[in-house]
Design a protein around this ligand. Structure first.
Ligand code: HEC
Length: 411
C-alpha cells in the first residue's frame, strides 16, 4: 500500500516537473513574441507590415511580420501551440493526481466549509469549464467593441470567483483554482480561437485567396488577454508554498489585487517594448498595492492553522489513523518533536507562524496530516529539519508502523 503512495508521490512530482518546463517554454515564447510584435519597425517599404533586427547567440536575425498573411504560403511554417497545450495538459494532470485524489487533504478544509470531497472535485472541474464558457460568451458579446469595458467586467467576475473559491475550498486550493481557471482560459484561447482562426487563414492562402483581416483582430483581443494574465497566474500557481498568501482571511482580496499588479507590470513592459514613454508610475502603484497585500495578510489564518477544535462539525474525518495501533505513541512523538514549530503559535525562537501553515496540535490535526507526517518524518528524514528536535530512529519506525497499519484498516 505504501509502495503505491511512494509511486503516486513521484508521479505527482514528475507531472509537476513537466508542467513547470512546458510553462517556461510557453511563457518564454509568449513574452518573446509580445516583445517582438511591439518593437517592430513599421515604417518599411515592401509587402511586409513591420520588421525587426535582433542579435542573439552569435548571429543576426531579420524578422518580418505579414499581417494578416503573406501573399503565398511559405514552405516551412513553425507553429507555437504545443507549449500551451502541454502546459494545460500537465497542469490538469497535477490537479487530478494531487488535488482530486487528495481532495480531503488539499481541496477541502472543514474550517472553511463542510462540503464533501466529491462536491469539491465537482467545483474544481466544473469551474474550469463554466468559467471558460462565460468568458468566451462575453468576448463574443457586444462588449467586444470596447476592450476596456470587457476587461473591467472580466475583472469583476474574477473577484467574485475568488470570493466563491475562498468560501468553499481550502485556502491553498482557492488560489490555485483561480490560477487554474485563468490558465484554462488562456490555453482555450489558443486552442479554440487563435489556432482555428489561424488555420482558416492558412487554408485561404493555400487556395490563393486573400484572408479576411477579421481573423487577425479576433486573435489579437484573446492574445492581449493572455499577455496580461500571465503574471498573476504565475503568482497564483506558486502561492501554495506561501501560507501568508493563501492561508489568511483575505486571501481572495490578495489574489484580486495580484491581478491588478500583474496588469500594471505588463503595461510597463509593453510600453517599453513599444519604445513608448515609460509609465514609471506603474512601479509606485504596484509597490503601494503590494504593501496593502502584506497588511491584508496580517489578518488571522483561516486554513488549517487556527487553534479551533474541529469537533463534530467534521463528521467525515477518516478515523482509521486514530484507530490504528500506535496512535497514542505517535501523538506523543509528534507533540515532543514537531509542535515546537508546528503550532498556531510556535515556541521555536524566530518562528512567528507555523511553517507552511502546517499544525499538529490536536488528534484531528494528526489524523488529517497523517500522510504528511509519514512522508516527511517516517519515510524520509526531511522533518524535523536538521533533526533539530532530536527524533530517534525508533520513533520514525513507530510512525511508519502506525501509518502502514492504518492503511491496512481501510476507511
Ligand atoms: C525546528 C522547527 C521544525 C520542527 C521541529 C519540525 N518542523 Fe516541519 N517544517 C519546518 C519548516 C521550517 C518547514 C517549511 C519547510 C519549507 O518551507 O520548505 C516545515 C514543513 C513541514 C511540512 C510541510 C512540507 C511541505 O513541503 O509542504 C510537514 C508535513 C512537516 N514540516 C512535518 C513535520 C513533522 C511531522 C515534524 C515532527 C516529526 C516536524 N515537521 C518538525 C520546521 C519544523
Amino acid at each position: 500500500m505504501y509502495d503505491l503512495i511512494v509511486m503516486w508521490e513521484w508521479i505527482g512530482f514528475l507531472l509537476r516537473w513537466v508542467h513547470v518546463i512546458t510553462a517556461i517554454a510557453w511563457i518564454g515564447s509568449s513574452f518573446y513574441f509580445i516583445a517582438l510584435d511591439l518593437s517592430l519597425n513599421r515604417n518599411i517599404k515592401g509587402l511586409a507590415d513591420g520588421e525587426e533586427w535582433q542579435v542573439h547567440g552569435g548571429g543576426f536575425y531579420h524578422i518580418q511580420k505579414y499581417m494578416v498573411a503573406p501573399s503565398e504560403m511559405p514552405e516551412h511554417l513553425t507553429w507555437f501551440k504545443w507549449e500551451s497545450y502541454f502546459t494545460w495538459l500537465s497542469g490538469f494532470a497535477v490537479l487530478v493526481v494531487v488535488y482530486w485524489f487528495g481532495a480531503d487533504l488539499y481541496l477541502v478544509d472543514p474550517q472553511v466549509s463542510n462540503i464533501s470531497s466529491t462536491m469539491a472535485i465537482f467545483i474544481s472541474g466544473g469551474s474550469l469549464v463554466i468559467c471558460w464558457l462565460i468568458y468566451d460568451f462575453l468576448c463574443r458579446s457586444k462588449l467586444k467593441n470596447s476592450p476596456t469595458a470587457l476587461m473591467l467586467v472580466l475583472y469583476l467576475l474574477l473577484v467574485g470567483l475568488a470570493l466563491f473559491f475562498s468560501n468553499f475550498l481550502s485556502g491553498k486550493a482557492a488560489l490555485l483554482h483561480l490560477g487554474a481557471v485563468t490558465a484554462t482560459i488562456m490555453t482555450a484561447n489558443v486552442f479554440l480561437v487563435i489556432m482555428p482562426n489561424q488555420r482558416v487563414v492558412v487554408a485561404d492562402l493555400k487556395l490563393g485567396k486573400v484572408p479576411d483581416s477579421k481573423y487577425g483582430s479576433i486573435a489579437k483581443i484573446r492574445s492581449t488577454h493572455n499577455n496580461y494574465l500571465t503574471l498573476p497566474v504565475i503568482f497564483l500557481m506558486l502561492s501554495a508554498h506561501y501560507p501568508l498568501a493563501f492561508g489568511t482571511h483575505y486571501n481572495w482580496m490578495i489574489a484580486s489585487i495580484i491581478f491588478i499588479i500583474g496588469v500594471l507590470i505588463r503595461h510597463y513592459f509593453n510600453s517599453k517594448h513599444a519604445r513608448k514613454r515609460l509609465p514609471n508610475w506603474t512601479w509606485g502603484l504596484s509597490a503601494i498595492l503590494f504593501i496593502i497585500i502584506m497588511w491584508l495578510s496580517t489578518e488571522p489564518f483561516i486554513s488549517n492553522v487556527e487553534n479551533t477544535s474541529l469537533g463534530d462539525q467534521n463528521s467525515s474525518l477518516d478515523t482509521k489513523f486514530a484507530r490504528a495501533s500506535g496512535f497514542n505513541e505517535v501523538k506523543d512523538i509528534v507533540s515532543a518533536r514537531c509542535t515546537v514549530c508546528h503550532a498556531a503559535e510556535p515556541a521555536w525562537e524566530g518562528l512567528h507562524w507555523p511553517p507552511k501553515g502546517v499544525v499538529f496540535e490536536t488528534s484531528e490535526d494528526i489524523q488529517l496530516n497523517a500522510k504528511f507526517i509519514f512522508l516527511h518524518s517516517g519515510l524520509s528524514k526531511s522533518m524535523p529539519p536538521g533533526n533539530l528536535s532530536g527524533i530517534t530512529e525508533n520513533e520514525r519506525e513507530i510512525i511508519r508502523k502506525w501509518y502502514r497499519s492504518a492503511k491496512k484498516l481501510g476507511s
